[in-house]
Design a protein around this ligand. Structure first.
Ligand code: CP3
Length: 341
């Protein structure tokens, strides 16, 4: 078993495994070069390009996991959503979902047809990796997907999302149901294509309070996770940011590990999430852009703290930033690789 899968199963090794969210991306010159000739969607939808980009960071650094190059929003295209990634703006949806008719029009189709390109990319990557490094598949959680679908752009303060949630709860429930099914089928298809672990991203969850979490979010998140767990046997990581206040609730989800952002210490996260849960995290990605001395001190502090955890996967507290010097990434991976717990 690889170090990464071992850690997710709660088995501690002397050296924690390391990978980084958004490890394939704009901080790499070879990514930027390829990206000059292709749009983001072209890269995701061309299996050979997606495979190449997935492997780029692994050629440079001895990372313990790969993550398939796609986006949490690309599976929405198969539902009939017109998605674009605009320079400087991020994702934009031309036909946002705002009422019952819009929700009804969303199609949940077989992922083997609607996201065949990502499943084909997974097969290519798995063949290239030859079992040496595990591949992570992923999806957006139903709540975060709904935020983008309803707002149609970066969700901001979730004006439209919350207004539908509390003002048209039937529309909200119908949308969440469809998204839970979409994501469950998508995750299962990624495992069938060769992924050895899964991560669920709920990046906007930090914007809801505990009452709304219980009523409008948890039932669908739980349905997604339970459905996946019923159909495939791979470890599942749940990642969200700014959710320390929700940790006692999140800890009841049947996942194998939690991704932790930098706003909370691993020790506090462990106290709130439970003593036996493996944790992944949690260096502030902004710190990784700065002076090496401070990066080293911060990374060592995380590693020392993690000695008390059941098991730990070193990662950033959120995605790596485009202005991160490659050299810092290289030195960080080497530092974690030479650490002895
Ligand atoms: O290496 C990896 O981590 C795998 C690929 C990956 C991408 N997006 C590629 C990407 C993953 C796991 C994601 C997840 C994702 N996408 C999330 C959840 C995690 C998080 O960051 O909160 C969210 C919210 C998105 C939606 C999204 N995609 C946004 C808001 C943006 C624009 C902001 C930005 O960083 O440019 C994207 C675009 C995107 N997704 C890029 C990449 C590499 C940049 C594309 C480019 O211009 O080259």
């Amino acid at each position: 078993m690889s170090k990464f899968i071992q850690a997710l199963r709660g088995i501690k090794s002397e050296q924690p495994p390391i990978w980084m969210m958004r490890q394939a991306g704009r901080y790499l010159p070879e990514y930027r070069k390829l990206r000059e000739g292709h749009s983001m969607l072209e890269m995701v939808m061309t299996p050979e390009l997606a495979c190449e980009v997935t492997l780029q960071p692994l050629r440079r650094f001895p990372l313990d996991a790969a993550i398939i190059f796609a986006d949490i929003l690309t599976p929405l295209i198969g539902m009939g959503v017109r998605l674009e990634f605009k320079k400087g703006e991020g994702p934009v949806i031309e036909n946002p979902v705002r009422n019952a008719k819009d929700v009804e029009a969303l199609r949940v189709t077989d992922p083997r047809e609607s996201v065949a390109y990502t499943l084909d990319a997974i097969k290519l990557v798995v063949r290239e990796l030859g079992g040496r490094t595990p591949l992570i598949g992923f999806c957006g959680a139903p709540f975060t997907l709904a935020c983008y679908l309803i707002e149609g752009q970066s969700p901001g303060d979730l004006e439209h999302t919350k207004s539908i949630m509390v003002g048209q709860p039937k529309v909200w429930d119908a949308l969440q149901s469809k998204l839970a099914t979409l994501s469950a089928d998508y995750l299962v298809a990624q495992v069938e294509a060769g992924c050895q672990s899964l991560q669920i991203f709920d990046s906007w969850l930090g914007y809801v309070g505990p009452r709304e979490y219980d009523r409008f979010v948890e039932p669908y998140l739980r349905r997604l996770i339970e459905e996946v767990k019923r159909r495939v046997d791979v470890p599942v990581v749940f990642f969200a940011t700014s959710v320390t206040g929700l940790f006692p609730r999140l800890s009841k989800l049947p996942v194998d590990a939690f991704g932790v952002d930098w706003r909370v210490s691993l020790t506090q996260a462990r106290g709130l999430l439970g003593r036996s849960t493996p944790l992944q995290g949690n260096l502030d990605p902004q710190i990784l852009t700065g002076p090496w001395e401070y990066i080293e001190e911060s990374a060592r502090a995380i590693l020392d703290e993690a000695r008390e955890l059941p098991s730990h996967i070193f990662n950033l507290g959120h995605g790596i930033l485009p202005h991160t010097p490659v050299e810092n990434v290289e030195r960080l991976v080497a530092l974690v690789g030479s650490y002895r717990a």
